[in-house]
Design a protein around this ligand. Structure first.
Ligand code: PLP
Length: 346
């Protein structure tokens, strides 16, 4: 059987030969002494790209989010985030376990408004309320189907945050996709936030690595939390070289992934009675729902699709996610849609 068409995630990509060559020849040193030239280059380049004073490399996006929470909150605080954000759903309760904070989930479809934030922020110093100290935005929003948060609303939210004395954090694991879809530069998207996280292991196709960017003092504090959590590595340049290669060679091709997701979604909607609002297909993620009238639920569809060489994720009992990336072609995305349509209309 030929290799399956793997649409489970944009993290399943394997480093290209050129990326492996860049990794193999990377200048390296001990990053805990600040002596890894490739990591220093990547951090400087990313600080510049994101319009921040400083940046620090982290092994994963989950640790970047955890370190950001540690840096910007104190135990017992409350953090406002969008409903179904990665921090609330995909990090094993890390916000509570590592930072000791609770997350107040607001909005829907990956979005909330400045008014929603104002309503959710608890009055300071009221006897029984936790202190709301941080608002976090996920852009693009994974579980909402990779939707881009409109920048005018981001600016309004961050203005309200400043007025209310809240810190601001951008979970931009897929900020590259938000930039490609909106036409806004990375530094413009990052500008209103105190701390910004990006991931090299999603659409950019590197085998690992994330990064936090912000002011010198916040990044110095984040670095201490990173070390405390065991996230400081040694000859990290091997990973940094992959990220630098991805910035040079994979960033500009993201619109291709977006067009492939769109083609997949349109074909699926045209052929099968799934619930899928095409206006949510803005980047490389397609999240669709199986109405109760369909015999198949999401885990069963996922299992059947696997038998036909197509991998998709059951994201809920009747919710399915498919993600495009640099290891799937337009033709593969179209035939994956055809397989799902055949299973759903049988
Ligand atoms: C994947 C992801 C993360 C976590 O990244 P890992 O490297 O998988 O730990 C954080 N936030 C968002 C929005 C993500 O999609």
């Amino acid at each position: 059987m030929t290799a399956p068409i793997d649409l489970r995630s944009d993290t399943v990509t394997r480093p290209t030969d050129a990326m492996r060559a860049a990794m193999a020849s990377a200048p390296v040193g001990d990053d805990q002494y600040g002596e890894d030239p490739s990591t220093n280059r990547l951090q400087a380049r990313m600080a510049e790209l994101l319009g921040k004073e400083a940046a620090v490399w982290l092994p994963t996006g989950t640790m970047a989010n955890q370190v950001a929470l540690r840096t910007l909150t104190r135990p017992g605080d409350e953090v406002v985030a969008c409903r179904e954000s990665h921090a609330a759903w995909h990090e094993l309760g890390g916000a509570a376990a590592n930072a000791g904070v609770q997350i107040h989930e607001i909005g829907q479809g990956g979005l909330f408004t400045a008014e929603d934030l104002r309503a959710a922020t608890k009055p300071r110093n009221f006897a029984i309320f936790p202190t709301t100290t941080l608002v976090q935005i996920e852009n693009t929003h994974n579980r909402a189907g990779g939707v881009v948060v409109p920048q005018p609303e981001v600016l309004r939210i961050c203005a309200v945050a400043q007025e209310l004395g809240l810190s601001t954090f951008l979970d931009g694991a897929r900020l590259w996709n938000a930039s490609a879809a909106s036409g806004l530069a990375l530094d413009a998207l990052a500008a209103p936030f105190d701390l910004v996280a990006v991931a090299f292991s999603k659409g950019l196709g590197a085998p690992g690595g994330s990064l936090l960017a912000g002011s010198k003092s916040l990044i110095a504090a984040a670095d201490r939390h990173r070390r405390r959590m065991g996230g400081a590595m040694r000859q990290n340049g091997i990973f940094s070289a992959a990220a630098l290669h991805a910035l040079d060679h994979h960033l500009a091709r993201l619109p291709e992934d977006h067009a492939n997701a769109r083609a997949f979604a349109e074909r699926l909607v045209a052929g099968a009675p799934v619930q899928l609002d095409l206006s949510t297909v803005q980047t490389n993620i397609v999240v669709f729902h199986l109405p109760a009238s369909l015999a198949l639920d999401a885990p069963t569809l996922s299992a059947r699709a696997r038998e036909h060489g197509v991998l998709v994720n059951a994201f809920g009992a009747r919710t399915v996610r498919a993600v495009t990336h640099l290891d799937v072609t337009r033709a593969q995305c179209e035939s994956a849609a055809d397989v799902l349509v055949a299973l759903l209309t049988r």
